[in-house]
Structure formats: C-alpha cells, structure tokens
Ligand binder design. Structure first.
Ligand code: MG
Length: 361
C-alpha cells in the first residue's frame, strides 16, 4: 500500500509578502496584475477571501468587491527563492518529490523509515520545519494515493493536517462530491448532475460501459476515482512542457460565440496558471480545438505573447480547418526547453518540475 503526502502552502505569494511586511498581515491583500491591464489575481490572503476574492479573478473585479484591497505586483524571483527552500526541506524527508507548482508537491513517503513510518508525524515535522525556516505555513494531506492526498491537504486548510488511512478510504470517498474529483470541472459536474449524480456513492453505482459511453476515456477514470482508486505514480523526473487551460462547453458554440463569450475567461485562467508556475518563459502559444464531430486540431505560433487578441487570431485560423460548431477549446503556452529554463535559474534546486493534475476538463 502506497503512502502519499501532498503539501500545499497557504496562499503562497501572499504569505511571502505578509512574512516580509507584517503590517499587511491583517488587512486584505492580493498579489496580481494591474486592473487597467486586464490583470488577474494570482493569490490573496484570508482577509481578502472574506470579500469573495479568489485567484484567477480579474483584478478589476477584486477591487470592486473590496475597494480597500492592497494589490501587490508579483515578485517571482523572491517566490522562486522561497519555493526552492521549501522543496529542499521536502527532499530532506524523501527524494521522491513531485513539484506541481512553486508551492505544492506530492511526496511518496511509502518507504520513509524516519518517524517510525508515521505519515502524521512526518506531516507535523514538515509543517514545523517549513514554518521555522521560511515563515510559511503549509497544509498537508496524507492518503494511500495522489488524488486523496490532495483532497486531504485541502480539507483543513489553512495550516491543516488531515490523514486518510487505508481503512477510512471507503467512508471518506462515499461522502465526497463528484466536483472534488480531479478532472471534473463545472461542465462535467453539470453533466453528471443531469444524470442525478452528485456524490461518489451515486457515481460508483454507474456501470463502466455507461460511463465510457458518455465520457469517453475519462469514464474509466471516473469509475476508479469514485471507488477511491488512483494508480498514478510520483513523477520525479518529468519536465513540464506546457501550461494550458481548456474548457468543454455545455453546448456547441459558433466561432463568434467562442471569441465573444469564452475566450477572455480562458485566457485569464491560463494567465493565473502561468503565474502559479512562477511565470516561466514560453516559446510558443497554442490553441486546441475540438469540433462537434470530435475531430481535434491544434495550432501553434512562435514568439507570440499569450494575449486575448493573439489567441483569437490563432483560434480563427484553427477553426478554418474544420468549420463546424465547437465543443472544446484549449489555450496554452509551450515552455522553453529545460536547458533554457535551467540557465534562467528557474528550477535551480528543483530541476524536475513536473506536470500538475488536470484541474478541469
Ligand atoms: Mg497553495
């Protein structure tokens, strides 16, 4: 039986700012882009969250919700430096570390012998050491697999520690909402709801052929997740090659509808993800498009900034290839190759920056 620990810093960029400027601690602050430049919120502290502010929201909207909000320009060099310190502490526990972003990682602690092998004690030690050495609080989850460990770290946030033992998995998963499952975004959650499925118990009653029929390959994954099963291994050596955001629409859209109604939200989401990865250099932007006959096409372009105008232009060119209604669109950036990233000092102590769990369909 595997034992996975997921560690996730609480509002990381904001936490670094509050650590260095204690006067910010009790007032609503957010780290993000300028509102006039279509900036988005990367992270905000808990006082700001009480106003309804969250990451990926436009900075303009955040300031409307909370006019006294202190908006801070991100300082990625400083965040990367703190991140490297934190990842180094993780590696004192085990070399089996898979970073997901600057402030988040999976650790495979199955073979760790320290702390008598107790995941709870390891999580306590890790939280204590990160706080003592960097001033940052971390929430941790321990579980028999990645997907449950990630949910567990979120369960008692902030400053949380939550353990799901192998014996507790069935009861824990039974109560879990399907919207908590990795890969289930709003569109998939809505489709499940139309089938009267909102919990994993309900999902686990669905036959596999039915799920495959309705959700394609993802049906297999839904079948397993609803039973608390997740076979993904910790990936220590995989390089992240791209960052993207995609959206499956509730109904098929015309190209004009995509550009007018969907594109800006998707680009905002992408921008927030790029920020979360410490703003790495990109070599290309790309658009992925799935037509209503399920044919998929991807088009990329060199040396373009990930702006709405550029994605709109690329999308229109990609659409010409099929000229049918559209059911899914993705926007993303390809990262410069790993050698370049290293020269830039991007992943100086964590050279094996790995892929993140898909957060949305
Ligand atoms: Mg975090």
């Amino acid at each position: 039986m595997k034992k996975i620990l997921h560690a996730d810093c609480d509002c990381f960029y904001a936490a670094v700012e509050m650590r260095d400027r204690p006067e910010l601690r009790d007032i609503p602050i957010a780290v993000g882009g300028r509102p006039e430049g279509r900036g988005v919120i990367a992270t905000c502290n808990y006082p700001a969250r009480t106003f309804g502010i969250h990451s990926a929201m436009s900075s303009a909207q955040a300031l409307r919700l909370c006019p006294q909000l202190t908006l801070i320009k991100p300082d990625f060099d400083r965040y990367r430096e703190v991140s490297a310190q934190i990842m180094a502490i993780f590696k004192e526990l085990t070399e089996q570390v898979e970073p997901l972003s600057l402030d988040e990682a999976y650790l495979d602690i199955s073979d760790v012998e320290r702390f008598k092998g107790s995941g709870t004690w390891m999580a306590q030690w890790l939280k204590k050491e990160v706080l003592r050495r960097t001033g940052i609080t971390v929430s941790t989850g321990v579980a028999p697999n990645k997907f449950l460990a990630k949910i567990a770290s979120d369960w008692r946030k902030p400053d949380g520690l939550f353990v799901i033992t192998p014996e507790q998995v069935d009861d824990f998963v039974a109560e879990l909402g399907v919207d908590k499952l990795p890969g289930v975004g709003p569109a998939t959650a809505q489709r499940l709801k139309q089938l009267d499925i909102t919990t994993c118990t309900e999902l686990s009653r669905c036959a596999l052929p039915m799920l495959l029929d309705r959700f394609g390959k993802f049906g297999q994954r839904l079948y397993e997740l609803s039973r608390g099963i997740d076979h993904r291994e910790i990936k220590v050596h995989r390089e992240r090659k791209s960052i993207s955001a995609e959206n499956t629409f509730d109904r098929d859209l015309t190209p004009a509808q995509v550009i007018e109604q969907e594109l800006s939200t998707m680009v905002d989401k992408l921008t927030a993800r790029i920020d979360r990865h410490g703003n790495p250099a990109s070599s290309k932007i790309f658009v992925k498009l799935r037509f209503n006959d399920f044919t998929t096409t991807t088009l990329e372009s060199s040396a373009m900034l990930p702006s709405i105008a550029n994605f709109a232009e690329l999308f229109e060119r990609a659409w010409q290839r099929g000229q049918r209604p559209v059911r899914l669109v993705g926007v993303g950036i390809r990262l410069r190759d790993a050698e370049d990233s290293r020269q830039l000092g991007l992943f100086s102590t964590a050279p094996d920056e790995a892929s993140s769990v898909p957060e949305d369909q």
